[in-house]
Design a protein around this ligand. Structure first.
Ligand code: GLU
Length: 481
């Protein structure tokens, strides 16, 4: 068997939808799991839809998730150019060849006529008006310079079958196939034509793409057959659905959450988590393992694990994955990721970040949860009396002032202002006062933080605030109870 060659063929739209990224990932995995090559081809033949900088988004995304292409516009290769607009001149001769073979024809219909067909045609598409124009008529129109497109001449009877690795053998009635445009008036090929030509010229062996292309596959097969070219292996991927509030599912869209790679990254999901998660959107590993590095995916992936039933994009599950990845980070990695969020709240000052790292790493599922959790360190607390009352800790408005004034006194003498240093001052104090630790620590933490829920306990909060600010807050709290 020929060496496996797959291609990711995005149109530069300016963002990377999770469905596109999944296609890229599966193309990559189909190739790499079989020692093959992964090729990047930019499909920009729809010149009206070009977006500035959109190709960079594709490069950046592939780079961030580690999908390195073996051939492509930026890395070159022997089958270039890898940008369709740069291949523009190579399509017309193939379209002409099909006209010669009687598998395609020139269509001179005006836009107005085609638009009016949309409403009137029972076929819902082109009525094959130019399919059998007499040769003199064609010659006359060409001599007059009438603009034309080239359309594929579909068989009017019989059936066409194709086999997909995931969906099996599918057969369609040829009469249902529209005489689709292959080459536009501006000389650019349509997507449907260009992808066949390019896949053939680039020796692509496996075409992996979304299920929405399933209905076009018969048309592609007819083209391959018309040219007498080998048909690639088709691998169509199941739809990606989102969960609705009422429990039903529908095609994944913005109302379910971010649907682009960039959007998810901005929300705080790690690129490797996104890759890991979308690997499972339509593919099931042989055992129960869920956490996979890209390398492990390359080793474990196989086409027969792809399912045809729709996959549901579950944002809660993605969040869980993210949390699992965060827990596995080294403290240094965690701090590096958390720092921009620390700085967002704390500014440029010097703090003992380790204290925050330790309390936050097991508790955050996304890094952008951090600012809200630590905002109280930067804001002046506002106290209400109720905050100082806690049944379980036996903390109340009578004992809180006693606890606070005693705490202030011992803490003023602490020189080693660390979690341990503060701990070693307060725990003996509770014993000395004959109260539960909680009875002392509750009002201390409330005075220091101004809120009942904090990452870490009183010691961590005090230690991170620093001695001066911590004591200032305790005194302020005492004055305001
Ligand atoms: N340019 C097409 C798209 O972005 C590619 C589809 C395919 O993989 O053939 O949807």
């Amino acid at each position: 068997m020929a060496d496996v060659r797959t291609r990711f063929a995005p149109s530069p739209t300016g963002f990377m939808h999770v469905g596109n990224l999944r296609t890229a990932l599966y193309e990559y995995l189909v190739a790499k799991s079989q020692g093959g090559k992964f090729i990047l081809r930019i499909e920009d033949t729809d010149q009206g839809r070009l977006v500035e900088g959109a190709t960079d988004v594709i490069y950046q995304t592939l780079d961030m998730v580690g999908l390195r292409h073996d051939e492509g516009p930026d890395v070159g290769g022997e089958f270039g150019p890898y940008v369709q607009s740069e291949r523009k001149d190579s399509y017309k001769p193939y379209a002409e060849l099909l006209v010669k073979k009687g598998k395609a024809y020139r269509c001179f219909c005006t836009k107005e006529r085609l638009d009016s067909l949309k409403e009137t045609s029972e076929f819902g598409g082109y009525d094959r008006h130019c399919r059998d124009l007499p040769q003199e008529e064609i010659d006359r129109l060409l001599a007059e310079g009438t603009p034309y497109v080239i359309r594929q001449k579909m068989p009017l009877e019989g059936t066409t079958s194709f086999t997909d690795e995931v969906y099996g053998t599918i057969t369609v009635n040829n009469e249902e196939l529209e005489d689709q445009v292959l080459l536009k008036t501006d000389g650019f090929p349509t997507y449907n034509f260009a992808n066949v030509i390019d896949d053939h010229l680039m020796n692509i062996t496996h075409v992996v793409r979304g299920q929405e292309y399933l209905s076009s596959a018969p048309k592609y097969n007819l083209l391959y057959e018309a040219f007498d070219w080998e048909i690639p292996t088709y691998v169509h991927l199941p739809l990606i659905m989102g969960k609705n509030e009422d429990g039903s599912v529908s095609k994944l869209s913005k109302r379910h959450g971010s649907t682009s790679f960039q959007g998810l990254v901005e929300e705080g999901y790690l690129p490797e988590v996104i890759t890991n998660y979308i690997a499972l959107l339509g593919w099931a590993p042989k055992d129960t393992q869920e956490i996979f590095s890209l390398k492990e995916l390359e080793e474990n992936f196989s086409i027969d694990g792809i399912s045809k039933s729709p996959a549901v994009f579950d944002y809660d599950k993605l969040l869980w994955f993210n949390g699992e990845y965060i827990k596995k980070m080294t403290p240094e990695e965690f701090e590096a990721h958390a720092m921009p969020f620390y700085r967002e709240v704390m500014g440029e000052g010097d703090y003992d970040w380790k204290i925050l790292n330790e309390v936050l790493q097991p508790r955050v599922n996304k890094f952008n949860e951090i600012p809200e959790k630590i905002a109280f360190f930067a804001n002046q607390p506002e106290y209400t009396s109720e905050l100082f009352i806690n049944k379980k800790s036996k903390a109340n408005l009578e004992n809180a002032p006693v606890m606070l004034s005693n705490a202030i006194e011992v803490l003023e003498g602490v020189e080693n202002w660390t979690v341990d240093g503060v701990h070693d001052a307060l725990i003996p104090l509770a014993e000395k006062l004959g109260v539960k630790n909680g009875t002392l620590l509750w009002p201390v933490r409330i005075a220091a933080a101004g809120q009942t829920v904090t990452p870490g306990g009183a010691m961590e909060v005090l230690a991170f605030l620093g001695k001066e600010e911590a004591l200032r807050r305790l005194k302020d709290g005492l004055a305001k109870i």
